[in-house]
Design a protein around this ligand. Structure first.
Ligand SMILES: [Fe+2]
Ligand SMILES: [Fe+2]
Length: 272
């Protein structure tokens, strides 16, 4: 029996998130996984995924990036997304002209991994049904490989739990929730098959409101008028990830373990 390990990082927010994750991979990670995936909807200044930052993450060893409601916040995303072979944007964005792919097979040193990304519908914008996407896409990915990873980018915990159980019945190996930026304490294996956590959490400045400047977040809720949100910048970084150990031949998840660490970036790393 051979195992395959996936380390997934929840929403990476801005430069503190990117630099924090890179530093964690180089200096704090005790066991190297076979595959690195991250949710990248906030990697560029907290909103969106620029081509430069997409390339930067891939250059730091990420095999695939997933997306969310912020993936197309930047106009340039519409231009490079069709050629970004390791980007998996949400599969159920409404509209015919959305570039990029919502599901794909990524080859990791000869092991094929199916990656799928969907958006929730509860307390979110008007997206197509994620349930129909699971019905259509999961069997297609499972025809190619037994290892399928799903990122459910959604607000409501119940919606993520229900979708994860449906994906498990269909045969997914690993399911993470993303979007709330708050890691949940419920990692478990569903149906003796699927590793699952309701939300993987956030990578970025520890002293923040979901990665953003606390005062701006506070003002937005208490004062009339528009307040610009800025990424919070401090060398104390929160690392939120989830480690899945999967039996490679069958795709069965053997263990799922959350990672929550606070690390200190050295002064020479600029967050500006
Ligand atoms: Fe996010
Ligand atoms: Fe989001």
């Amino acid at each position: 029996m051979s195992t395959f390990e996936i380390l997934f990082f929840g929403d990476v927010v801005g430069k503190p998130g990117r630099e924090g994750v890179y530093y964690f991979l180089e200096h704090h990670l005790k066991r190297k996984p076979d595959m690195l995936i991250a949710n990248a909807e906030n990697i560029t200044h907290g909103a969106g995924t620029s081509e430069k930052h997409y390339q930067d993450m891939i250059g730091h060893g990420f095999h695939a990036l997933t997306g969310g409601n912020h993936t197309f916040d930047r106009k340039e995303s519409f231009e490079y997304m069709n050629t970004a072979e390791r980007m998996v944007r949400p599969a159920n964005i409404a509209g015919r002209q959305i570039p990029g792919r919502g599901s794909r097979i990524v080859d990791v040193n000869g092991v094929k991994v199916g990656i799928l990304n969907v958006l929730g519908q509860v307390y979110m914008a008007n997206y197509n049904s994620p349930w129909e996407v699971l019905d259509e896409e999961l069997p297609q990915l499972l025809n190619v490989t037994p290892i399928v990873f799903l990122d459910i980018h959604a607000e409501a915990t119940a919606e993520k739990g229900a979708l994860a159980r449906y994906a498990s019945q269909l045969g997914a190996s690993a399911v993470v929730g993303t979007h709330t930026h708050v890691q949940t304490n419920d990692a478990r294996i569903l149906h003796d098959r699927t590793g699952f956590i309701t939300d993987a959490g956030m990578n970025g400045t520890y002293e923040s409101v979901i990665g953003m400047e606390p005062l701006a977040a506070q003002k937005r809720m208490t004062e009339l008028g528009w307040v610009k949100m800025e990424v919070a910048k401090s060398p104390q970084i929160q690392i939120n990830a989830v480690r899945f150990v999967i039996e490679a031949e069958s795709g069965q998840c053997l263990s799922v373990e959350p990672v929550f660490e606070i690390i200190q970036l050295p002064e020479h790393i600029s967050l500006g």
